[in-house]
Design a binder for this molecule. Structure first.
Ligand SMILES: CC(C)(COP(=O)(O)OP(=O)(O)OC[C@H]1O[C@@H](n2cnc3c(N)ncnc32)[C@H](O)[C@@H]1OP(=O)(O)O)[C@@H](O)C(=O)NCCC(=O)NCCS
Length: 171
């Protein structure tokens, strides 16, 4: 049974391993294994993960069953867009997918940012399972980018958003 909790520095090695495994399972068919190795080494380096953990106005979560980390999620308030939280990472290890772990991590992340009105993310147009997951959780496509992750990546992505407020009845 996995439960979702805040990550600590002691989790980062396992998180990094989970990201490596999940990235190869997800993206090798899209970018090739060499490119995935390159991106994983750069985006998920111990220093990069540590910096994310330390970032203000962010949440770094893991799904833990006492033995293994089955998934992770990371979101942070945007520094460019007001009242917008960016969902930067949501990864569940291949053997634990489709068991509700992604849903549980997302449900927690959704409630962690009371000042945010919008949650925004980027997803590869060919990553159909993730697109299905996000649509099932109320996201809609708002635009596209040619540079997912950073300005030079050259990786195309769909930009999805979800309104986090506004469903309540105005009295
Ligand atoms: C996308 C991901 C985070 C979803 O997490 P998960 O734990 O596997 O998904 P859940 O079991 O919580 O699924 C919740 C709902 O999302 C939808 N969904 C999830 N995976 C799906 C799939 N492969 N195909 C269609 N719908 C899917 C379904 O509606 C599902 O509900 P259901 O199982 O009752 O039908 C996970 O599969 C993953 O890590 N994938 C690889 C990495 C990745 O692409 N991450 C996102 C990068 S932008």
């Amino acid at each position: 049974m996995f439960f979702v909790r805040t990550a600590g520095e002691q989790d980062l090695e396992k998180v990094r391993a989970l990201l490596g495994e999940t990235w190869h399972a997800t993206y090798d068919r899209l970018y090739g294994a060499d490119k995935v190795n390159e991106l994983h080494a750069s985006w998920h380096s111990p220093a990069s993960l540590k910096a994310r953990l330390a970032r203000k106005n962010s949440e770094f979560l893991v799904a833990d069953d006492g033995k293994a980390i089955g998934g992770m999620g990371y979101a942070a308030m945007s520094t460019e867009m007001t009242k917008t939280v960016m969902l930067y990472m949501l990864y569940v290890s291949p053997r634990h997918q489709r068991q509700g772990i992604g849903r549980d991590i997302f449900a927690e992340l959704e409630t962690c940012f009371p000042d945010a009105e919008i949650m925004r993310l980027e997803v590869d147009p060919q990553n159909e399972p993730a697109i299905a997951f996000y649509k099932a959780h109320g996201f809609v496509e708002v635009s596209r980018t040619e540079n997912c992750g950073n300005a030079q990546s050259g990786i195309p992505a769909l930009v999805f958003e979800k309104r986090l407020v506004g469903d309540s009845i105005q009295l």
